[in-house]
Design a protein around this ligand. Structure first.
Ligand SMILES: NC(=O)c1ccc[n+]([C@@H]2O[C@H](COP(=O)([O-])OP(=O)(O)OC[C@H]3O[C@@H](n4cnc5c(N)ncnc54)[C@H](OP(=O)(O)O)[C@@H]3O)[C@@H](O)[C@H]2O)c1
Length: 390
């Protein structure tokens, strides 16, 4: 355990990767919205870049230097913080040492990963230690998977208690992505075998759910009249996160099922989207093609402020159980960056400032901070609403 108790640490929040694309947006969000007495710092590998960012942010922001190739610097970073928020990805390549340092020193940790392999390996290797030290390890605290996890949490609470529940989620977005996200996605496509192996290893370690059932089956592609769109199964990390919340929270009922879809209005767009993802996934298997693709969009690059201002997301949920049916929606602006920075910063602030349920080890946003984060995001302009019920 760290020499310093959590309350004695110099910073409430340290933001690692603050000079990257989403890191800078998160730092700007914190500078504009953090309470005046919050002690926080930006961290990264480049002193000059960090100093330039600190000057731009103004205020009393600390600066820490740390590099993923230097484990001692990550340990020092964890020891200096009550909460460590990291944007340094792809996490499967760069993330583990920091998770280990946080688990060992009892610092709360959150990231923006959408990589199931990373999350499963971190569970297998660091969850037990984090439970001993009280560290909360929260992955996927951006568009992956906050609107989906909190949207299902919100939907479930509109339905009767103690009965089997089903929820379908339909994701619509109009947005583009950054170099960092593109690199992570390409990396994931190339690691299908490792991802399955990590999931199997997790399965061997994770306790069985006793007396209740929860599942996230892949639904078939179909026209979904309930949302007036084609529904294509979306095998992202989101249904896995929702499933973990359902396993942890008895409010999801004795038998819970979640299916996750992309919602596309026009069939040709749906077919084109599937073909494009399939081509990208196939190309990512070949190292020369992967290198060529990753040269198209460099780390640190991303959509302009104008493009982001025109971007939006909407996730509609249809929940049923106990003879009731409810349609809900979580919606907001640019999902990948502006809203991701907002969700990430608000999740870090919730860990640092809010009175949350007592949890430790690897968790989800719904379990660790469902009410607090829903409230924070609502106040910050993300819309949670009930569209209809019967
Ligand atoms: N879940 C979501 O919804 C969501 C949304 C957006 C992004 N993401 C994920 O977030 C991550 C960041 O995305 P991004 O677009 O911000 O990427 P980016 O611009 O490439 O930023 C990556 C950051 O990592 C830092 N870094 C790289 N190698 C490092 C090292 N050896 N030591 C210390 N720091 C190092 C970079 O530092 P320098 O500034 O010094 O280069 C930079 O700050 C990606 O994994 C992406 O997939 C997820």
């Amino acid at each position: 355990m760290s020499r310093l108790k959590r309350s004695d640490r110099p910073y409430d929040i340290v933001l690692f990767g603050a000079t990257g694309f989403v890191g800078t947006l998160t730092a700007e969000y914190l500078a504009a919205h953090a309470p005046a007495d919050l002690r926080w710092a930006i961290a990264g590998r480049g002193e000059e870049k960090l100093e330039r960012l600190r000057e731009r942010l103004g205020g009393d922001v600390g600066v820490l230097r740390a590099d993923v190739s230097d484990p001692a610097s990550l340990r020092a970073l964890a020891e200096h913080a009550r909460v460590v928020a990291t944007t340094v990805g792809p996490y499967v390549s760069y993330g583990e040492e920091l998770v280990a340092a946080c688990a060992d020193t009892g610092a709360d940790y959150l990231d923006l990963t959408g990589e199931p392999e990373f999350v499963d390996l971190m569970y297998v290797r660091h969850d037990a230690r984090a439970r001993e030290t009280g560290a909360r390890l929260l992955h996927a605290c951006g568009f992956d998977s906050v609107p989906h996890d909190l949207g299902v949490y919100f939907t479930v609470r509109q339905l009767p208690e103690g009965v089997p529940l089903t929820v379908d989620g339909f994701v619509s977005v109009d947005a583009t992505f950054s170099g960092g996200t593109f690199a992570s996605a390409l990396g994931q496509f190339a690691r299908g075998r490792q991802m399955l192996a990590a999931a199997r290893e997790r399965g061997r370690h994770e306790p069985r759910l006793m007396g209740r059932r929860a599942a996230a089956p892949v639904g078939p592609p179909r026209f979904a009249p309930e949302v007036g769109a084609w529904a294509l199964p979306l095998p992202t990390i989101d249904p896995q996160i929702v499933l973990r919340s359902a396993r942890a929270l008895p409010r999801y009922g004795p038998d819970f099922r979640y299916r996750h879809y992309a919602a596309v209005r026009r069939l040709p767009v749906a077919v084109g989207g599937v073909a494009a993802v399939g081509t990208l996934a196939a190309a990512a298997q070949l190292p020369p093609a992967r290198r060529w693709l990753s040269d198209r969009l460099k780390p640190g690059e991303g959509p302009s402020a104008q493009k982001r201002a025109r971007s939006w997301f909407s996730v509609r949920f249809v929940g049923e159980g106990g003879g009731r049916r409810v349609c809900t929606e979580v919606a907001g602006g640019d999902p990948g960056y502006d809203e991701t920075a907002k969700m990430f910063a608000e999740a870090a602030l919730a860990l640092a400032c809010d009175d949350l349920p007592p949890t430790a080890g690897q968790g989800t946003t719904a379990v660790a901070m469902g009410d607090a984060l829903t409230g924070r995001l609502t106040r910050a302009g993300v819309r949670f609403r009930v569209a209809s019920r019967r």
